[in-house]
Design a protein around this ligand. Structure first.
Ligand SMILES: [Zn+2]
Ligand SMILES: [Zn+2]
Length: 155
């Protein structure tokens, strides 16, 4: 693979990246450095990296393809609310009964765990106190508005 500065930038961005970005996210990050780089160039580079086994395409998110910069076999933990994908490096001793194997020669497996991440969970559990705070701040806003109106009156 020819090492153009653009490709270097894309590989740099993906190196150690645990966010499982989509092609659009990679493009957004790279175009800050290379504003002239097209989405097609980014996408083609991602495809080349996949062909070379340096990048894995994930179809966990139905809305968009995501890319995994960690080519080592691992599993995933997915937040059903914000679609954040975390790596699970644990190995599981999973076996497939003969009947379900259909004479396949097994080469691997992938387990998805689903849940609600701390950020999304906190958002929900602190929803009520948050609303109260918002309510009081709206009231003080209204008060300052009426004060402004009162000030304007005499002027
Ligand atoms: Zn979340
Ligand atoms: Zn991963």
């Amino acid at each position: 693979m020819k090492m153009t500065p653009q490709r270097m930038a894309i590989m740099d961005y993906l190196n150690g990246n645990i966010e499982h970005p989509s092609a659009a996210e990679v493009y957004r990050a790279i175009s800050r450095k290379f504003p002239t780089m097209s989405f097609a160039t980014v996408y083609n580079t991602l495809r080349i990296l996949i062909d070379r086994g340096l990048l894995v395409e994930l179809s966990l998110d139905p809305e968009k393809k995501r890319f995994d910069a960690n080519p080592a076999p691992h599993h995933h933990l997915i937040c059903v609310k914000c679609k954040k994908i975390l790596d699970v490096m644990q190995t599981f001793d999973l076996s497939l009964p003969e009947d379900d194997r259909h004479l396949f020669q097994l080469i691997g497996n992938h387990v998805d765990f689903y849940g609600i991440c701390p950020q999304c969970g906190t958002r929900e559990s602190t929803d009520r106190p948050g609303k109260d705070q918002q309510g009081s701040s709206t009231m003080s806003g209204a008060q300052s508005l009426s004060q402004d109106g009162a000030k304007k009156g005499p002027l």
